[in-house]
Design a protein around this ligand. Sequence first.
Ligand code: ZN
Ligand code: ZN
Length: 454
Amino acid sequence: MSSIGKAGKTGLIFFPAFDWAISPTHPEREERLLYTRDQIFEEGLMDLPAIEEYKPRLAEKKDVARAHFCVPDVESQVTEAHLIAAGSTLTLADALEKGEIRNGFALVRPPGHHSMRVVHGNRGFCNINNMAIMVEYLRTKYGHKRIAVIDTDVHHGDGTQEIFWHDQDVLCLSFHQDGHTLYPGSGFVNEMGGPQALARTLNVPLPPGTTDEGIHYVLDNLILPVLDDFKPDLILNSAGQDNHYTDPLANMRFSANGYARLNEKLAPDLCVLEGGYAVETALPYVNTGIIQAMAGLDYSHVKEPDYVPGRFVQTEGMKREIEHTVAQVQKIWDQRDELVAQALDGAGDFYRRKKRVFYDTDMINENQEEVVRLCPDCAGYMTILTSAQRGYGILNSAFCVSIPRGACSSCRDDAKEEYAEHVDDKRIGYVLMQDKDKDKFKLYNNMIRTERGY
Ligand SMILES: [Zn+2]
Ligand SMILES: [Zn+2]
């Protein structure tokens, strides 16, 4: 006789967000989770002692502000559904940290991994980044230092990558269908992170048609060895199911069984659902397989009705391409310390970059200028000047200042000065301050000259 103590359980949260959709016929809709729920009940999973269902909760505005600069404020960029999706991940994070569960899966929508640090609207169906919000919460509330985020969605996790671009302690590894052939058109091998955090962002673009065999090659030869080296406190999985062979938005050939085996080997502490748009033919099977793998149950019978073993075969050319990409990324990882040293050598006191961000869902064009102090004593404060345009009109402009965890006194003072200098500057709409060290967030409206905080 064996019994499963609470610490052996897998925590689940379902939040289908009935009242949130981009449009009634849009693929990002509530049915994404309803068929999964039916399948899980049919399998009797919820009655098993290995599974514990949790109720979602609302994330606080402060939880959002820890990961994002929402312009002009958090309230303007999120609905209640967004706060519940993000809050669900925090409920599971708490359950894990309290030892109530050994792992957990937040089956929530709207998804988040295309949402970047600055938020002016919806990009790739995402407003706020559930995964990044959970990472910042785990670090602030539970003091975790090193966290690995493995993004297994078919689309490049560009938002998560951007949020942790300068962060040495968060490894962001995304594999996805090659950005030459799929939205968002990024995620190439040479995207490796900011100068202080080179190779803590790793990208593995894969050719359309990649099968279970291809992804397990990437997992066994790259992802698992990198995790062995990095030794994170926690492994988190942005679990997108749109690599499935029936997904209508992409062209990959993964099966439910391939996804379940991936989860078994990766053994993530927490999973957060991202995309996956084959609501009837893929999601119920993929999600059921993943839940069974997380709970240590036999998932071998989880099969799509039309699944035929050996149906999808990779060409020799695809195999060689995948092996070549894995070798390139492995080399980048092996050289991580030299890459950082080279980048910082003679780089000066500040790193600057200009970039444009396009919000495909909301048709917003954003221009940013980002400056990070390359500080020898801490991660360095960051400023971002951002302005967003829709059509011919300026939507919002803001100056954002971020004080990192463990900021040195010089970075803290200079960051505060930057904030003060931009207050009442009539050329800019809002001034935002993120103080991750003190866990305080504030916002100054230059038009009505008032300050608020979270
Ligand atoms: Zn996706
Ligand atoms: Zn500093």
